[in-house]
Design a protein around this ligand. Structure first.
Ligand code: GLU
Length: 483
């Protein structure tokens, strides 16, 4: 069956790629790759009013950045195109006409005012909002007359009045919906564009889609789709509806509680490896202890059987942790090039730093960096001498006698030749002993003097990065400036 596996991601180009959209795309991609099938990108732009200029290009670029590569799509022909629905209008019109001819759909001439009126009456009476099937049984001659007059019309599907639609969902099991709760859905709008329901069925069939993997919000539409497959006499694809994404408070994931556009996370410096890993676990897990997986490992492990039914909580702290883990796994050379790229857009852009110098910073900061920018922002003192000193730390650690002690320490340091960490350490011990003070009375002020801060990587690591001359310069400068 492998070569027959064909899945698709079918976004509407209405804005940025949502994290939920990336989850759908990723699961389709992983499923296709796992089975050696094909992954298709189809653009569903039949709602022209909601179309946003540039959204399609943006979507394609974001998928590309994330490494979710499609085999067929608007810019990758696979013999099933076009892959943009607005370029397939004739096909939808022909299929709508076919359903009318088969008695499975009908023309509806109801004016928008009448429908609005109906909606208001139903809503006032607390009834289910649905079309009252006013035009469902118009005589053929009447339909022809109205069509000849060129009046505004739509085509609606004829939902059976009795019975139920039953289908299997790979995640939710058997789903059964009574036909009486289904509306006579519009299939073709008066502007000649199909609705989502007609287009999605026609395309999934003609593009040979074997598995429809999409968000749970589409589950209520599926019975209508199943009926359409039956009307056309087409084989049903497999359906798999993915669980909802939730905010930590279990409400539906929304913008109000944080970013939902993949781009926002990218702009904040999240690595694609971390985002992919994180998104993959929103509704799925490999069934063992592992939680740090690469794309290749995800492809190997992914299965729809392990996708859960219950909503998946979007927890940004987990994403941060994964970013830290994936950043830590990267080779130094890669971190170096990311750091240089970041520096080029930072306030330090004009200054030159040797690769060797940056490498030492990377070594000192690795265990403290969640993001590449942390190699700069959490330790600006490696790039420029501190111009201020944390007031709390000054208050607690910088005593009236500290400047004199720092002076002696600087003198002791100046006698060292090519000092290593241990040399600084024993020099500090000697001074503490001579002055009969605790080492910590020197260590804390020294950290403050060289970094301006009270915490950071190992103190002697900082001294190694800065070098002896700069260390002494900073101690002297602090002696004058810290008050
Ligand atoms: N165009 C729909 C969307 O925007 C696709 C739903 C489906 O996958 O059938 O998500």
């Amino acid at each position: 069956m492998n070569s027959k596996i064909r899945v698709r991601f079918a976004p509407s180009p209405t804005g940025f790629l949502h994290v939920g959209g990336l989850r759908t795309a990723l699961y389709n991609y992983l499923f296709a790759r796992h089975h050696g099938g094909k992954f298709i990108l189809r653009i569903e732009d039949t709602d022209q009013a909601r179309r946003v200029e540039g959204a399609m290009e943006n979507l394609m670029a974001t998928l590309g950045w994330a490494g979710v590569q499609y085999d067929e799509g608007p810019d990758r022909d696979g013999g099933h195109g076009p892959y943009i629905q607005s370029q397939r209008l004739e096909l939808y019109r022909a299929h709508a006409a076919e359903l009318v001819a088969k008695g499975k759909a009908y023309y509806c001439f109801c004016a928008p005012e009448r429908l609005e009126d109906l909606r208001q009456r139903q809503s006032a009476a607390k009834e289910r909002i649905s079309y009252d099937r006013h035009c469902r049984d118009l005589a053929m001659s009447e339909v022809e007359k109205l069509l000849a007059q060129g009046g505004r019309s739509v085509i609606r599907m004829k939902v059976p009045l009795e019975g139920a639609v039953v289908f299997q969902d790979l995640i939710r099991g058997e789903v059964s919906i009574a036909n009486e709760v289904l509306d006579d859905q519009v299939l073709l709008k008066s502007d000649g564009f199909p609705t989502y329901h007609l287009a999605v069925v026609v395309d999934d069939h003609h593009m040979g889609i074997s598995h429809v993997i999409r968000g749970e919000e589409w589950l209520p539409s599926t019975p209508k789709h199943v009926l359409l497959y039956q009307y056309f006499g087409w084989e049903l694809p497999h359906f798999a509806h993915l669980p909802l994404l939730l905010n930590p408070d279990k409400s539906k994931l929304s913008k109000r509680q944080g970013d939902v556009a993949v781009e926002d996370y990218r702009a904040k410096g999240y690595l694609k490896e971390a985002i992919i890993n994180f998104i993959a676990f929103l509704g799925w897990n490999p069934g063992d202890e592992r939680d740090i997986l690469s794309m290749d490992e995800l492809i190997k492990e992914f299965s729809l059987e392990r996708v859960g039914k219950s909503g998946a909580v979007f927890n940004v702290e987990k994403l941060d942790w994964l970013n830290f883990q994936h950043l830590r796994k990267k080779p130094d050379a890669e971190v170096l090039s990311m750091l240089k790229e970041y520096l080029a857009g930072s306030p330090f852009a004009g200054k030159h730093f040797d690769d060797q110098y940056l490498m030492i910073i990377i070594g000192a900061m690795r265990e403290r960096a969640t993001f590449v920018q942390d190699f700069v922002e959490k330790c600006g003192y490696f790039y420029q001498a501190p111009d201020q000193y944390e007031p709390d730390v000054v208050k607690k650690r910088w005593k009236p006698e500290t400047p004199d002690q720092m002076k002696i320490l600087a003198e002791e340091f100046s006698r060292l030749e090519n000092p290593k960490k241990e040399d600084y350490e024993s020099a500090l011990h000697r001074v503490a002993e001579t002055l009969k003070i605790k080492q910590s009375d020197l260590i804390h002020p020294l950290r403050l003097a060289v970094s301006g801060m009270g915490a950071g990587p190992g103190l002697y690591d900082i001294l190694i990065v800065l070098g002896k001359e700069e260390t002494i310069r900073r101690i002297r400068s602090a002696m004058e400036r810290v008050k």
